[in-house]
Ligand binder design. Structure first.
Ligand SMILES: Cc1cc2nc3c(=O)[nH]c(=O)nc-3n(C[C@H](O)[C@H](O)[C@H](O)COP(=O)(O)O)c2cc1C
Length: 184
């Protein structure tokens, strides 16, 4: 399966978590990394190029650091501009149908705070709902997300070990990912 990983991080030069994930992916065949802020430093997205790129892959991973319980702004812009009527939805808009999407998010907060009784009141999956329904709206398949918590406290070794799990997650079949969620 050919996988495209779309990374949206405005300052990768200062990143530890997303950088560790990207470094691990560079060891794997059939996984291509596309860095939105590097490609579009002026935030001027080439819509046709993005659509062409998406059409070449069976699985797409959206990797980003959580910013204010949401995505960095360029990824929101990417959704608004690339997933157009007649292409991603609406009449003739079937180009993402059946493709598999995985969201991969790094969060500074701790897992125990991402629950109804915790400091942030909601789980990460609840914060990801707008992405989930947007992806489903296009007819694509939304697979279980990959999350790293506590990124600011994590040691380099812990990030490396998370990166290995990440590579496994995004290479796993849809059936395995769904089964793993049911079992957890
Ligand atoms: C503008 C901004 C907003 C942030 N908002 C959140 C947030 O809502 N929840 C959270 O857990 N972490 C938040 N963080 C922390 C980042 O998610 C964390 O720094 C990032 O995942 C670390 O990844 P990196 O090492 O690749 O930069 C925020 C950071 C910034 C800069």
């Amino acid at each position: 399966m050919k996988t495209l990983v779309i990374v949206t991080h405005p300052s990768l030069d200062q990143s530890r978590a997303n950088r560790a994930l990207i470094d691990e992916l560079s060891q794997h065949n059939n996984i291509d990394v596309h860095n939105l802020y590097e490609e579009y430093p002026n935030l001027d997205i080439n819509i046709e190029k993005e659509q062409q790129l998406l059409s070449q892959y069976d699985r797409v991973v959206l990797q980003f650091p959580l910013f204010w319980y949401s995505t960095p702004p360029l990824l929101k812009k990417w959704f608004d501009e690339v997933l157009t009527y007649g292409w991603a939805y609406g009449t003739g808009g079937d180009k993402l149908q059946g493709k598999e999407f995985i969201v991969a998010v790094t969060a500074g907060g701790s897992e125990h705070n991402y629950r109804s009784t915790g400091h942030y009141e909601f789980t990460i999956n609840e914060f990801l709902r707008p992405l989930e329904i947007s992806i489903k709206y296009t007819g694509a398949v939304y697979l279980p997300a990959f999350v790293i918590y506590d990124t600011l406290e994590a040691t380099d070794d812990q990030l490396k070990s998370e990166a290995l799990k990440y590579a496994e997650h995004i290479r796993a079949s849809a059936d395995v990912l769904v089964e793993n969620v049911k079992a957890s």
